[in-house]
Design a protein around this ligand. Structure first.
Ligand code: KG4
Ligand code: ZN
Length: 336
């Protein structure tokens, strides 16, 4: 039909989210309940706490998503949910809720890969044009994904150790910032300068892979040395130096990917796509080197985890006739 409504769920980590998406490109509602405050004092996401929050929140979030969209479950054409990857206990809450609704209301069920969701979030901004490359940067992923068409997701480069967001959060912790530190470092970086010249790992190697653990160690060692000498920590310069190293590598490798794979569009995806330095860096480099490639930058609300992106990806799967049965299960290690 040309008026397809999908009720979508996302619960892979620490956001409980339900959305109503029309035709894979229009958000009727996108309710996100964040649990970050409950995890902050532990400095990271605690799986058991995440599961409990999802259980407590999900029925309210479903109600709110339907109310905001001014729709009923009966009007939905399908129910979609993140199958994985993610925390198994967290995923199970979304998967169980989606299966229960699909079963009781006799609706088709669709299972979505979390990263495909992050990438397809861009379809809520503008129509996708293939072939394309997506730079996926989140707390758990750093990948360059090549899509020849809407059926194929090919990882052409990835991190060999830490994800970019993970490095941001660990470095943030060293500076005494509350979890997750990414956005705070981004803000601090705007007030500082790249005075430390941290390593740009693998930047000049002829491959599309990344490594952030050396940068993280260099950062932590430099801070500890200063602390030992009782020197003041210039947080803004530390943040700016760290961010410059991350952005140089992400932008450099993305440009290398564009040299190898001619594409029509470059998409940003995942929580770190919210990064101002990265947004500017990619925009500048693309204008200079590949002015014909269209850069799509999702708004902040679609960078982090949310269910609208799952609804967008699910619409494509509906089109392809990819449905799940009642034996669908959470897939914590779901590969592309
Ligand atoms: O996609 P996401 O919400 O969850 C995962 O699937 O991981 O990404 C969360 C990550 C966290 O590591 C967070 O620190 C990072 O995205 N992040 C940022 C910014 N905003 C969020 N990192 C750098 N700069 C930002 N502005
Ligand atoms: Zn995510």
């Amino acid at each position: 039909t040309n008026n397809r409504l999908i009720l979508a769920f996302e619960s892979s980590c620490d956001e409980t989210s339900v959305a109503v998406v029309r035709n894979g490109n229009e958000i009727l509602s996108n309710v996100v309940s964040s649990q970050i405050k409950s995890h902050q004092r532990f400095g990271g996401v605690v799986p058991e706490i995440a599961s409990r929050h999802h259980v407590e929140q999900i029925t309210y979030v479903i109600e709110q998503a339907l109310t905001e969209a001014d729709k009923t479950i009966e009007e939905m054409d399908a129910i979609a949910v993140t199958e994985g990857p993610g925390l198994v206990g967290a995923l199970l809450i979304g998967v169980s809720a989606a299966k229960a609704l699909a079963f009781t209301h006799d609706k088709p069920l669709i299972g979505v890969h979390h990263i495909e969701g992050h990438i397809l979030a861009n379809q809520l901004i503008e129509p996708l044009n293939y072939p394309l490359i997506a730079l996926v940067v989140s707390g758990g992923h750093t990948e360059l994904v090549y899509m020849k068409n809407n059926h194929s997701f090919e990882i052409i480069g990835e991190t060999r150790d830490d994800a970019a967001g993970e490095a941001y959060d660990k470095v943030g912790r060293t500076m005494g910032l509350t979890y997750p530190g990414g956005a705070k470092i981004d803000q601090l970086a705007a007030e500082g300068e790249d005075t430390y010249n941290f390593p740009r790992a693998m930047l000049h190697e002829d491959n599309l892979d990344f490594s952030f653990s050396g940068l993280k160690s260099a950062f932590i060692n430099t801070i500890h040395n200063k602390e030992q000498r009782n020197e003041p920590i210039d947080k803004a310069n530390f943040a700016a130096s760290f961010q410059a190293a991350v952005v140089d590598v992400l932008v450099g490798k993305t440009m290398r990917a564009l040299e190898k794979y001619p594409v029509k569009q470059l998409l940003m995806a995942g929580g770190v796509a919210a990064n101002q330095g990265l947004r500017t860096g990619l925009t500048v480099a693309l204008t200079e080197r590949f002015p014909d490639v269209k850069l799509i930058i999702p708004p902040l609300s679609l960078c982090g985890d949310n269910a609208a992106m799952i609804g967008a990806a699910a619409d494509m799967l509906f089109e392809q006739g990819e449905f799940r049965g009642m034996d669908m299960n959470a897939r914590p290690g779901f590969m592309f």
